[in-house]
Design a protein around this ligand. Structure first.
Ligand SMILES: Nc1ncnc2c1ncn2[C@@H]1O[C@H](COP(=O)(O)OP(=O)(O)OP(=O)(O)O)[C@@H](O)[C@H]1O
Length: 246
């Protein structure tokens, strides 16, 4: 349902040119959870921005259900939570409903979601009154409630402590199992990528995308993290990533 066909992209700023992606091919199936990993600066966020329609490929095409992707076709959560400090939590969540062509959500529905993510009572609070984990949940809800069937999440849990991160992972999996949306998730945390995903794509500095199918049944328990099959895939990924660092 999502396809990058022979996509290339170069950042240009006056005389400066920075070719970031060359001849990328990637297919994501409906309802899949795919993580994108790779050394810093290889172009993972650029891929998400191309899928979000924020950037346009210099060469090749990005297709959504066989049609060229347009801005607003998918839900996108950027690396920084980008909540509006002057709007309450509820008004931040309701923001997509104010944008043309977005699904309209009712206040009642938004309040039910706040309850589901453990933020009941915070609807009238402002972002500065929330912890990092809470803000991430609000930013995620706002992306989820766009009602799009594809969610692009750029390091959504990157800034969280280990315990909050585990809670957020469990929470994301439970929501994903309920909504069956397609998720593309960027992370630097290999354990997180393996635990959450159906497939992990490793973007190498030479733009090769190496694919790992993650065979573990769902629902997954955290015990999986200590199983031999899990640790051996993790080791393989780690080795391949370390090779790119050198
Ligand atoms: N707006 C921009 N203008 C010019 N160059 C940019 C811009 N945004 C990103 N780049 C460059 O493009 C390359 C890829 O950036 P990108 O953010 O896609 O990498 P990434 O793999 O997501 O990195 P990280 O893991 O650190 O988030 C980097 O060299 C970066 O400096």
């Amino acid at each position: 349902m999502l396809e990058l066909k022979d996509v290339s992209y170069t950042f240009k700023d006056g005389q400066k040119v920075n070719p970031v992606l060359q001849n990328i091919h990637l297919t994501i199936h409906r309802g899949e959870f795919v993580s994108l990993i790779g050394k810093s600066g290889t172009g993972k966020s650029t891929i998400l921005k191309l899928i979000a329609g924020l950037l346009h490929a210099d060469q090749g095409t990005v297709l959504h259900d066989d049609k060229p992707i347009k801005l607003g076709d998918v839900g996108y959560m950027p690396q920084h939570d980008l909540l509006f400090s002057w709007r309450t939590i509820l008004d931040n969540i309701l923001l997509p409903t104010e944008i043309k062509k977005q699904k309209k959500i009712k206040k009642q529905e938004a309040l039910q979601w706040l309850q589901k993510v453990g933020l009941v009572g915070y609807e009238k609070a402002y972002p500065k009154e929330l912890s990092g984990g809470m803000r991430q949940r609000v930013a995620f809800l706002r992306t989820l409630l766009t009602g799009k069937n594809v969610l692009l999440l750029d390091e959504p849990f990157g800034a969280l402590d280990a315990l909050t991160k585990k809670e957020m992972q469990a929470w994301l999996l439970s929501i994903w199992q309920e909504t069956k949306q397609t998720v593309i998730f960027i992370t630097h945390d290999l354990e997180e990528a393996l635990y959450l995903s159906d497939r992990v794509m490793l973007l190498h500095p030479n733009d090769d995308l190496e694919e790992y199918t993650i065979p573990f049944e769902r629902p997954r328990s955290r015990d999986l993290l200590y199983q031999q099959d899990f640790t051996s895939i993790r080791k393989k990924l780690e080795d391949h990533l370390r090779h790119d660092e050198n």
